[in-house]
Design a protein around this ligand. Structure first.
Ligand SMILES: [Zn+2]
Length: 268
């Protein structure tokens, strides 16, 4: 656990660089907004979220998990199960929590105000996978802290979960189209780029599907899986109808203010 930061940063930058290389080499779709404007806004949000998290939450998730283990807090710290089973169950349960958190961010109007910052991106690429309003990030950390403490998730499982969720979010937002021979078998387990782009479609019933960031199981289990959009992957209109003026809404400041501005929305 002492090398936690290096593991996190190493995996993050490796996957980020790899995905960006792929989408530069063979992009699936052409962006409607200039790269520089989108990236400065999207990466600006990452920076703002990191600063806000540092300032407002004194303890990291893995440190919390270690504390829980010492104090005997949470389900897995009370019951006796083999270590490997606890790690597997922790990963699955945390992923279900994130699935429902994402679904509720779509269904509860107050939460949608924040999550629509992510969906207002008129183009989807690896940087979209990082584009979340800092307050959504903060709320999400709060949800994860409650889940980690209630379940007594071990620190190792927290670390594996965080690294893989992050890597998979970068992966499925990438502006690439995997060849059929890879995509078809992969989508039996994972949320691929084509499936996740359906979640970013302007058609409301399509936005409200494929909530999983990693495996497709929870969407199948809870009835939100969609394997096909009305339009083809190439013609799919991405973003939100409420934000047609893509350029004006792509600046860092506009994104920070977006949740607080009233805008009728059609997500319900
Ligand atoms: Zn979403």
């Amino acid at each position: 656990m002492t090398n936690e930061l290096w593991w996190r940063l190493g995996c993050f930058f490796s996957v980020l660089a790899l995905m960006m290389l792929f989408e530069w080499y063979k992009p699936a779709r052409k962006s409607v907004i200039g790269l520089r404007q989108r990236w400065s806004a999207n990466f600006g949000l990452v920076l703002a979220s990191s600063v806000l998290t540092r300032l407002s939450i004194p303890i990291g998730l893995t440190a919390l998990a270690l504390y829980n283990a010492q104090q005997g807090i949470g389900l897995f710290n009370i019951i006796n199960l083999p270590n490997w089973l606890i790690i597997v169950l922790s990963l699955l349960l945390l992923d279900i929590v994130i699935y429902w958190q994402h679904r509720l961010f779509h269904q509860i109007p107050f939460l949608w105000r924040f999550h629509r910052v992510h969906h207002a991106d008129a183009h989807v690429d690896t940087s979209t996978g990082l584009r979340f309003h800092p307050l959504e990030i903060l709320l999400s950390i709060g949800v994860k802290m409650i889940a980690v403490s209630a379940l007594g998730v071990p620190a190792m499982a927290v670390l594996i979960f965080e690294i893989s969720l992050n890597a998979l979010a970068l992966f499925n937002h990438a502006n690439i189209r995997l060849p059929n021979v890879i995509e078809k078998p992969l989508r039996l387990i994972l949320m691929t780029q084509i499936l996740h782009r359906i979640h970013h479609s302007q058609v409301v019933t399509e936005t409200n599907s494929n909530y999983g960031f990693s495996v497709i199981w929870w969407d199948k289990l809870f009835g939100s899986y969609k394997d096909k959009a009305i339009k083809s992957d190439n013609e799919l209109a991405l973003g939100l109808i409420e934000y047609p003026e893509a350029k004006q809404n792509a600046s860092f400041i506009a994104l920070l203010l977006m949740p607080f501005k009233n805008k009728s929305f059609k997500n319900k």
